[in-house]
Every structure is written in C-alpha cells, then in structure tokens.
Unconditional design. Sequence first.
Length: 365
Amino acid sequence: MFVETLDGISTIRGLGWQRSFVAECLRRLDDSQKPYYLLYCIQRWLNVVLDLLVACLAVILIALAISFRSSTDPGKLGVSLTAIMAFSQTLQEVVTSWTGLETSLGAIARTRSFEMKTPTEHQPQKPVVPSTTWPVDGNIEIRSLSASYDGVTRALDNINLIINPGEKVVIRGRTGSGKSTLVSALLRLIDTQSGTITIDWIDISTVPLDVLRSRIIAIPQDPFLLPGSIRFNLDPTSRSTDSILLSALEKANLLSLVTSRGGLDAELTSTSLSQGEQRLFALAVALVRKWSRDSDAHDSGGILILDEATSGTDAVTDALMQKVIADVFGRYTVLHVSHRPDSVTGADRVIEMENGRIVKDYTSD
C-alpha cells in the first residue's frame, strides 16, 4: 500500500485524495499490527503464569521447611530458594524459545507448502538440449500458431511466419494486437494452443526453458534491476571478465557514470538510474550476453528481441542504441516490436498485426 501510494503520489495530490489514502494506510497498519499486539499480550500473560508457578513452588518449599523445622538445614533452605528464583528466569527463557521455534517452524512449513504446491512452468517430457552454439543462424519458422491467456479469446490466431537468418524485422500494431504475445511465445512465456515454433530447425517446445531463454537475447521496455551490485546485474552468472563488462558499459555510454559511482561493485537500484539510463543498462546487459556467447559460438548469429526498447527515450539515446545494435548485432536476427516503425533504421521487413493476426507483411523501403 505504501509503495503504491508513493508511485501515484502526484495523482493523489492532484485529485485531493490525501485524507482517504492516509486513513486507508492507517487502517492497514492497524490490521498488520494486531497479531503482534496479541502476541505481546500472550507473552505478558505467560510471564505472569510462570511467576505464579514459581511463587507456588516457593510457598510449598517454605511450608515444608516450617513443617519439618527440626530437621531443616537453614543453609540448604537458602540454596533451594535461590535455585527456585533462578528457575523462574530459566523456565521463561525455555518457554519463550519454544514458542518462537514453533512460530518459525510454522513459517517454514508454509514456505515449503508454497514451494511444493505452486504450479511450475511446463517442461518438455523428452527435452532436447541443443548444442552450446545454438542458435547459430537465427532462422525462425512459425506454423499455424494460436495462443490464449484465458483459454477463450485468442491473443494469437493462426500465425504463419518465416524469418530468415539475419533479417531485421519490425513488428508493429496497436495495443492488444498481439505484438508482445508473439514475442512471449518465442520465449515460451505463454502456452500455445496449437502450432509450432522452430528456431534453427529445432522445435522450441522440446527445448528446456532455461536453455531457450538463455540463448535468446532480449531488451525489454521496462528493464528489471535486482538488488545488488552493478557487476551482478550485468552478469548474474559471473561468466564474463571485468574487461567484457567494462567494454559493454563503454559501448552503452555508461562507463563514466559507473566509474563515478564506485565501479562495478557499487550498489545499483532502479531509482539511481533515469529511464534512458535503464534502457542503456539493458543494452549493456545484452552486449555482455552476446560477447560471452561469442566465446562459445565464435561470433555466430543469433536472435535479438527488442520489445519497445527505445520508446520513450530521447533522440540521442534512441540513436545510440540503434547504432550499437546495428554495429554489434549485425549477424543477428532482430525482432523489433515498436509503435513507430519509421524510427527504426535498417529494417528489412515490417509486419503489422491486428487482433492476433498478421494483416501485412512487406519489405521496408
């Protein structure tokens, strides 16, 4: 609630909704604190019960000492009373630790249950693991592909498309036309109802998901940055050398910015970068993946997906990204999802989509 309020603070202030949102935040804060308050009350009650129990033991001990005063040793009686008083503190710590352990075990059990019961993505029954250089050419063939999010309305309807190796293709269309869904199908982020997609003559439905997604390079519209260092966000698998990371940052015109903030080991958050810098950082990540792959594939082709990667950026950032992509990914098959196909330079084909179908497929002039 607090994060959502911060994200929309300008709208809230503009429409004068401050009081209602403050009241809602306070209500939710009270609801979140009620369990902690009840836990505190129970712990206080437990302390009282344990103190009363120890007091009863002390009274019983004194009563026995008075009843058998002729045979009671005063020194031993004093030691016994001291032991009982110390037992009170020890008993409280034991019970408190036990209840804390029970609470923690409950959290672990819920986490384990969530892990076991949460549905996972469909994995092929007989996976085909391609060579480390796949895809070498970047040939894409889509045959009679249909897909749906809700199982009723088709987001993709009988798509047939062949993209030759090294082609630069722009996919355009209105919001909801199926552009991003087609890209999602290539990465198997959505289950298809019918049809096949082959990359370099291998059906991607037989390729393990981690292999498929690690071999296709994508630059999203909204890059996601993980909490951690710049080095970790550039190369989470730690496969690349520092020289590759620095070269990628330099190519993306971010080296001076990273150096001024402490180098590769400096912490990185999405709020520390502007929108344009986030897009350039995503480009640097793509460069790192490409150059790391070149060590295995010997500068072969591949597939690069740009999902509105340059939309909303200034002209300088847009031109820089397109120049780097043209220079570095020249042999790659590039799929560029864009609302502005005229702003994409060097395109070979333009594909227009509407209602999940391809309505136009023509050569770019």
